[in-house]
Design a protein around this ligand. Sequence first.
Ligand code: HEM
Length: 449
Amino acid sequence: MHLVPGPGLPAVLQIARYRFQPFAFLDECASRYGDLFTVRFPILGPLVCVSRPESIRRLFAATSDELRLGEANDIFRPLFGERSISVLDGPSHLKLRRLSVPLFQAEQSYAWTDMILEVASRRTRRWRPGTTLSLRQEMEALTLEVILRALLGLEDPAQLALASHHARTMVDWSASPFGTLLMVPALRRDLGPLTPWKGYHRDLGTLAELVMAQAARRRRAGDAAGRRDLLSRLMTVPSEDKALSDEELKDLVLMLLFAGYETTATSLCWAFEALLSHPQERAWVEAELREVTGGQPPEAGHLEHLGRLDSAIKEVLRLFPVVPILGMARRAVQPFTLQGITFPVGTKLVPTSYLAQRRADVYPEPTRFQAARFLEAKPDPAAWLPFGGGLRRCVGLPFALHELKAVLAHVLGQTRLRLVSRTPPPAALEGITVGPRGGTRVEVEAVRA
Ligand code: HEM
């Protein structure tokens, strides 16, 4: 298939560069080939990376008769489930979106603030001054607990620990050096208990059983209608024609779990990397936090007054989008024209957030971390797309922004942390997201509450 130029390296070397140096790889491609180029990855094939805002606007405005993300994600079908929102297109995809988007709207997400702050406070109280810790591990444990409680209404510590264990090991399989093997169709079979396919599906199966057991408990108790966890709310959708089958319910809940915690944990790591290595920006954010909370642990009512923190979070997501390419491709189902080039049916086009968000023609001093950048300015959806856009924009966006804010408000206000390394870490693809390599190790200097 003739596409726009791109690196001539063999596909396995391109995926290796993307895995170990994703941002550097994309920067090099953009400086050599401009704002439209093709990368080639094994199994996924050629991906045309798009970073000009007018072109991204066009991708996001496309209907499912023009571009399809589910078809481009076909490879993930055996990993996420046949009925998973990420692999569907057209009416079946819209049905799941119509059901799930309202669950995460801003007012709904605010209802979880006390729970999120409680989890953050309980976990940070365990940190001991003088010790070092990996914020990646801490933030993953925190965001996993938050999503399990919000999704399944799990409160029992033993059940939470069991569900966390299986969710964590399932992601570990895909993050391990052998995880790439999950993508190779020929290896997608049971080759023994220690192989990725078997291990991944064992954990996925256990989580699926846990979800369905929780759903069965709600049905037996007949109390789903009165509960606010997302599983119960998905089980009690208002009209018959919208009701989910058990299979749809399971795949949707597992997808929300899968999509909803590592993304947030990795974004938190980038936020700590950025704020802890820019003392002036951090002091600017913390001054407002102190003024609003009086130095006390933040409460739900405080968060709406933290405009500086909102702006800093948007700036972190601009510089360090955790999903820069994989999972974002749209497959053309009819010839699709961009920048005067007509791409044939089958072309996979990717809105490339990392490059779009660092364009000098949109953002002055594009590589500088400026916490105040979005204080007055509303981001342009075609140049600020850490959550994607159009028909496929992240379902959990308001929840994720709110969780990031609550956790950062608590940790910045109630602890004193110092980055162990003074050198900014390179990015690396770990799990399903691109995060700071090395796990963001910090020394705990003080913990207040
Ligand atoms: C900082 C945290 C997060 C980031 C950066 C993020 C990013 C993304 C991105 C880039 C996409 C693809 C969008 C596209 O292709 O246009 C996506 C899709 C999705 N996200 Fe998130 N996400 C985050 C948190 C969450 C949370 C908390 C949930 C739910 C609990 C969630 C659920 C989903 C779902 C279900 C989709 C698929 C939407 C569809 O295909 O229609 N995400 N996310």
